[in-house]
Design a protein around this ligand. Structure first.
Ligand code: GLV
Length: 320
């Protein structure tokens, strides 16, 4: 009976699929695991389900004996040294596509909340400051018809584009390593270089994976190119942005505001960021809908079953 360790509680449907198929599943229902604990688990189990917060480096992977699969419970897999896994004959899988709608909805929420100053307005009312209605109170630009710059037009970026177009008739600029001509035809989206995107967009939103190439791709120079009125949204990975440069841009009026679901060095959020009034912060919950979490648990289970039954899993992470 193959054994699978799950490093945190995940929706029950995934566990049920595995146990019905004859897997012996052990879940960690306690605190997050240390590196040494992870090494022991990798040495003992045939499969491990990891979270994006489990940093799986070569030292941990090396300790595995019979391990066949690291099934990441996430779309991103920047937390795993996939080259080391390949070297040691361990398959890595992720949960592709299932978070597109959830993360795109979260992105749209941050755009609207930043633009409409939702948090400030809510605090204003709660603080008892609403003495009389004033025609010039909390004015904000409309979102309708504005230009959105989408950096990375994968599944999530594309879904953001569709929502921006169908919900708010926004003009779309996008940048990616490949062109999406079909999407351009139906949406009028324009493929532009990063500089043009940054300097022409009212809203800039990031949807690229974290790799060595995208690490700090948005730095001081990139913020300087953006409009002073721009809203910047990041629901991808914190380290794609130089967080110090972002704090500088928000503090010095280089951009108008930001909506952030991710941070460099999570779970730490620096005080210099959390004190700012022109930023909205959420705790990496872009994909946290019931629907997406259940779908993730199902794909994780199916990825594991496929690997043990000799099929190519849907979420196979390819390493070149
Ligand atoms: C969330 O950030 C994920 O990669 O699934």
């Amino acid at each position: 009976m193959p054994s699978v360790y799950v490093t945190a509680e995940i929706p029950q449907n995934g566990i049920t699929i595995l146990t019905k198929r004859g897997f012996k599943v052990q879940s960690n229902l306690g605190r997050r695991l240390s590196k040494n604990e992870l090494k022991e688990i990798f040495a003992k189990y045939d499969g491990v389900v990891t979270l994006l917060t489990d940093h799986i480096d070569e030292e941990i992977i090396k300790s595995s004996r019979n391990l066949k699969i690291i099934a990441n419970f996430a779309v991103g897999f920047d937390n795993i040294d996939v080259l080391a896994a390949k070297k040691h004959g361990v398959v890595v899988t992720n949960t592709p596509s299932v978070a597109n709608i959830s993360v795109a909805e979260h992105t749209m929420m941050l755009i609207l909340a930043c633009q409409k100053r939702l948090i400030g307005a809510d605090r204003y009312v709660r603080a008892g400051r609403l003495e009389r209605w004033d025609p010039l109170m909390f004015l904000s630009p409309q979102v309708w018809g504005k230009t959105i710059g989408i950096v990375g037009l994968g599944g999530i970026g594309l879904t953001v584009g569709q929502m921006a177009l169908q919900g708010f008739k926004m003009k779309i600029f996008y940048n990616d390593i490949i062109r999406a001509q079909d999407f351009e035809m139906i949406s009028g989206a324009k493929f532009v270089d990063l500089e043009t995107l940054l300097s022409s967009s009212d809203i800039v939103t990031l949807h690229v994976p974290l790799t060595v190439k995208t690490h700090h791709m948005i730095d001081k120079k990139e913020f300087s190119l953006m409009k002073k009125t721009a809203i910047f949204v990041n629901t991808s990975r914190g380290s794609i942005v130089n967080q110090e440069a972002l704090i500088w841009a928000l503090t010095n009026g280089i951009i108008a505001g930001a909506g952030l679901d991710v941070f460099e060095n999570e779970p730490h959020v620096p005080h210099t960021l959390s004190v700012l009034g022109n930023v909205i912060l959420t705790p990496h919950i872009g994909s946290a809908t019931f629907e997406t979490r259940e779908a993730m648990a199902k794909i994780v289970a199916e990825n594991i079953i496929d690997v043990f039954e000799g099929r190519t899993p849907l979420g196979l992470v390819k390493v070149d």
